[in-house]
Write a protein that binds this ligand. Sequence first.
Ligand code: GLN
Length: 451
Amino acid sequence: METVDKVDMIKNHGLTASENLEKFLKRIEAKNDDINAFLEVRGEEAIKRAEEIDARIASGKETGKLAGLVIGVKSNINVEDFNVSAASKTLENYTGSYDATVIRRIKEEDGIIIGMTNMDEFAAGSSTETSFFGPTDNPAAPGRIPGGSSGGSAAAVAAGMCDLALGSDTGGSIRNPASHCGVMGFKPTYGAVSRQGLLDLAMSFDQIGPLAADVSGISLALDVISGYDPADPTTLDSSPDLEVERELKGLRVGVVREFLEVTDEAIDEVIQGKLGAMEDEGAEIVELDFGYIDLCLPTYYLINYVEFFSATRKYDGRKYGHRIEDVCGSEVLRRIHMGSYISQKELSGKYYKRALQARSLIRREITGLLSHVDIIAGPTVPKLPHTLGEELEPMEMYAYDVLTVIANLAGIPAASIPAGDVGGVPVGLQLQAKPGDDGMIVSAMREIASL
Ligand code: GLN
């Protein structure tokens, strides 16, 4: 059943919020020990919420847009009374003292927060293996990584443990696990969604966004969480128009040669198959060239290290939990050390300033390409998820991100939608559009999902 139809059913007495919740609680009970998608579940509070929503519906009172939907939240987003650990020992005992703006909006629309999901420590990773609380398994391809860093959120949706989940995306962390787990994930235009209450990884890249099993879930969630927030000065004045309706017929779809070149052949075949199906429906495929593919990862990681180093200075052991350097894992420590080194004044011209220049080049290049088309379509991740526990060099891990970091460097909206599989392992199709054209992507997702 589509997520919007479920909300209708709940509002029209066809299903109670309590029944909906109960089913997910049972699923979590049965599966979470194996999958480790949720780090914390608060069933009792959720049951009370569901009963309260049901009572309102029974007495004919108004309910919100998410009435009775069950939602998992990545552990780096503040939710009052939940353990906002960012999957790090640093914050293992930290309890959220307030709701992030996105959480407040979800609660106002009668969404039910069920728990906090697993992730890479401080969102710094692409596999969810660096969580202090152990890795998450991929429900769609058991024994493999679910991707990351929002691996718990993607796995929770893929395993049927919740209706919707929130993730954060700094360089692909919503789209990458969505691709590996065979679900949908959306990174909004930078500034479309408030970051207030999100623990920063790299604040000039970070965006919160939804993961869901169907497009209606994505668009419902986006509608609720996006919009101007006086508490986050980087939010845009106007919300993206999510009512766009464009058929595939006549849609100009850019396909970037270099994106396919850096991708494994078997994945390319799946993507080509999907693009062919879009073309059959009348989409116009436009071949494009992107000149800076080799610059993307160095530029992204350099800026990421610098911003992350600065964001972590507050974890000095006085106000929040432990001193980060004393307890964090090796990837987080690498970023702190590199960030501290690069941030030295005398080196700024050598690294950081050049990275900012490269970022401008990349932004100009991708927005230039987008001016010729309605949307760019291609693979989300260039390789298949590895086996859990397999040891990768940092550069091999970073290579997962080459196609996703571009949207963060440029601030443009981007999403991943299931495109097919390679030997049973899901493959995602990435869609990217101009800043503010989030609705164009949602519209294309709707069309693609029904192919
Ligand atoms: N894998 C990328 C990184 O480690 C992206 C992480 C993210 O989007 N949070 O930085």
